[in-house]
Design a binder for this molecule. Structure first.
Ligand SMILES: [Fe+2]
Length: 202
């Protein structure tokens, strides 16, 4: 599924707003890496990462829903996943040695959250409390972990799974072989023909 097809599965006004964010920033988004070292570290890796996490959401939401009811919609997950790294295209700068460096102003998690919130309000995205929690914890609870209460909600947990699948399990996809970025073979990032084994919990 392409990123545009995935955006079509988002309900309400957010669908058009996300499309606008993608269209207006497409050139920037297609130049940025997924991260400086850990995943999708090639030009355009950012968009590849976002496309992958949204595809995993579609696959996993379908598979899990056959066994248990998830307390959020696929649209909720796709919206959060499309936006979960929205600060990244603006977060890095190229140094003279062509190294990707995080801008000092966007180094801390708090500064990144602030930038994200500003970007969302600039485009008029309004998140529910559940979506807000999932945006904050899509990459895990980190220092907010406590054994006194559950910090990450169910939607955040699901988005975290999709993010980890792309960022750690399939960190080289959709380019599977990476002898060097120049020779990397792009494989089909479309997961629509992906079939899970029968997972029925008999
Ligand atoms: Fe991510």
């Amino acid at each position: 599924m392409t990123i545009v097809q995935a955006l079509f599965l988002i309900d309400g006004p957010s669908r058009n707003i996300c499309n606008k964010i993608l269209t207006e920033n497409f050139n920037l988004f297609s130049r940025v890496q997924g991260s400086s070292y850990n995943h999708q570290t090639w030009e355009g890796g950012y968009l590849d990462h976002i496309t992958e996490v949204m595809n995993w959401a579609v696959v996993l939401y379908g598979a899990i829903s056959r066994e248990r009811t998830l307390p959020f919609s696929l649209s909720d997950a796709l919206l959060v996943l499309f936006l979960h790294d929205i600060e990244k295209p603006w977060k890095y700068k190229l140094t003279l040695g062509n190294q990707l460096k995080i801008r000092t102003s966007l180094k801390s998690k708090e500064a990144q959250k602030e930038f994200r919130d500003k970007k969302l309000s600039e485009y008029g995205i309004v998140l529910s409390a559940e979506q807000e929690n999932a945006m904050r914890y899509a990459e895990g609870e980190n220092n907010d972990y406590t054994n006194l209460r559950r910090v990450m909600n169910e939607l955040a947990g699901f988005c975290h799974i999709c993010d980890i699948l792309s960022a750690r399990v399939f960190h080289n996809y959709p380019r599977r072989d990476m002898p060097g970025l120049g020779q990397a073979q792009r494989i089909n990032g479309d997961l629509s023909n992906f079939h899970l084994p029968d997972l029925s919990l008999s």
